[in-house]
Ligand binder design. Structure first.
Ligand SMILES: N[C@@H](CCC(=O)N[C@@H](CS)C(=O)NCC(=O)O)C(=O)O
Length: 206
């Protein structure tokens, strides 16, 4: 059986677990990282020298980096619609996955850490305000993109929606005062009714 190493509350673990459930795969998940620790143990570092979660084990095969794991699972066990067979649609799905990682993830991480994890020593109101402004700018890009289509690459939900989709829960929950973005909200409402989304993404923050 597939093994996912990483706590359920990590957004990077969530991408993988949401996909696993949508694909109907069986996987065992292990609580590692955060308050559970274990990700700096030599045994774990032998699997992922970065000491970060998630790691996927498929038999003897080990892979880390959440979106590389998603791509591996899709190539090994997926197919249309989650891995679009149309290469132009697939290209755009990759585009939105990469956009999430390089553009949206940094300000969303600052927002999360400042609102959920910051202590008196690490609290930084200016950094939080700047991250909210940046993230709002990027979510507005997505809102405009979604004006005439239900999902990020068109009519069908696929891998391209997953990274931003995980983050959309945090945006709507943690920054309710954000700008009115009706197309983004309608897209998120299409995701947040899915059993696999509710189970893996809509979890308490820690
Ligand atoms: N680019 C990596 C980032 C992995 C990452 O930063 N994971 C965080 C959790 S979201 C982590 O391992 N933090 C340490 C911990 O949870 O103890 C990926 O997408 O997998």
């Amino acid at each position: 059986m597939l093994k996912v190493l990483g706590r359920a509350t990590s957004v990077n673990v969530q991408k993988v677990m949401w996909l696993i459930d949508e694909l109907g795969l069986q996987a065992e998940r292990f609580d590692i990282g955060g308050r559970h620790g274990g990700n700096q143990d030599p045994e774990y570092l032998a699997k992922n020298p970065m000491g970060l979660i998630p790691v996927l084990e498929d038999g003897d095969y080990v892979i880390w980096e959440s979106q590389a794991i998603m791509r591996y699972l899709l190539e090994a066990y997926g197919g249309d619609p989650w891995l679009p067979s149309d290469i132009k649609v697939r290209g755009q799905a990759h585009q939105w996955m990469d956009w999430y990682l390089t553009v949206m993830h940094p300000p969303m991480t600052t927002i999360y850490f400042q609102l959920i994890r910051a202590t008196e020593e690490t609290k930084d109101d200016a950094a939080l305000a700047a991250a909210k402004e940046k993230a709002a700018q990027y979510w507005t890009v997505l809102d405009k993109h979604l004006a005439n289509q239900p999902f990020l690459t068109g009519d069908t939900l696929n891998m391209g929606d997953i990274p931003c989709g995980c983050s959309a829960y945090r945006w709507h929950t943690l920054v309710p005062e954000g700008p009115d973005l009706p197309n983004l909200k309608a897209w998120w409402d299409r995701l947040n009714v899915r059993p696999a989304y509710k189970k893996n993404i809509m979890l308490p923050f820690e």
